[in-house]
Write a protein that binds this ligand. Sequence first.
Ligand code: ATP
Ligand code: MG
Length: 320
Amino acid sequence: MDHIVLTGDRPTGPLHLGHYFGSLANRVALQHAHPMYVLVADYQVITDRDLPGAIQANITGLLLDYLAVGLDPAKVTIFQHSAVPELNQLLLPFLSLVSVAELRRNPTVKDEIAHSSQRAVSGLMFTYPVHQAADVLFCKGTLVPVGKDQLPHLEVTRMVARRFNERYGPVFPLPEAMLGDSPLLRGLDGGKMSKSRGNAISLSATEDETAALIRRARTDSDRLITFDEAARPEVATLLTLAGLCLGRTPQDVAAEIGDGGAVTLKKVVTEAVNEFLRPIRARRAELTEADVRAVLRAGNERARERAVVTLEEVRDAMGF
Ligand code: ATP
Ligand code: MG
């Protein structure tokens, strides 16, 4: 099947290993085979906080992360919400296709409300999964490389596409999710590794920062290192990290450490992560802010051309 790939990230902070193994690795692999759009979801920053914060710096950082892991701007259209008004306008007809009860039921939204720093939950928090439907459907995306937290949102996108087609005629494909090698990578505190939760190893961390983060991670006092997610979640998280970076199973890494205890475990993890990040750090060091601006400008233009066509089609189908 000839896919069109769409994914994206919120510019809320530096991308981390969870992003890499959850989604970025798939994007890098897919960019050669299919047209791909990568969204800097700037309008969605304000779903769970009152202010966009250091938005420009975060957007620049996100672009640097993309280019450093190997996304090729000649192949991939990298763009931002706020530069493509026609995409955002799709939210209007799309919102008419879902019920308030359906929006309330979304388990990822519930989890995000629990971790939100807002004093009151905003309307955007409930409607952003429909905004994501606009993200995917503006380019008629068919394949969406994401982490596990995004699966309920992809269901919303499919529902919106299906209902639009039933009501107004066939306009949209029904996109599929593509999960990475690690659909839910845990952070150093045992919860979902997340930019906003202070538990992440970012792709831009230095060797020393990486070592310090791993040194502070919790473990237990059993010297024999085993991979047991239920009984020893902290140790399992570290073994998983090392395994992903080394391209080996966590059980295999545990067997090699044997009775070396937490000290050996942390040493192995630190070396594995730093080795893995070395080429990414090197590519990043060669990029300038001017490179980033040029990539985004070109991507925004291409995405907008696409969005204008889809919005026109939507208006026609609806009889406006
Ligand atoms: P924030 O805390 O600001 O929401 P985030 O770390 O959740 O940040 P997003 O920008 O919301 O990152 O998500 C971008 C993409 O990365 C999504 O496809 C998401 O599923 C994936 N992703 C994020 N964290 C992880 C993780 N720990 N494991 C696997 N995939 C992840
Ligand atoms: Mg998130």
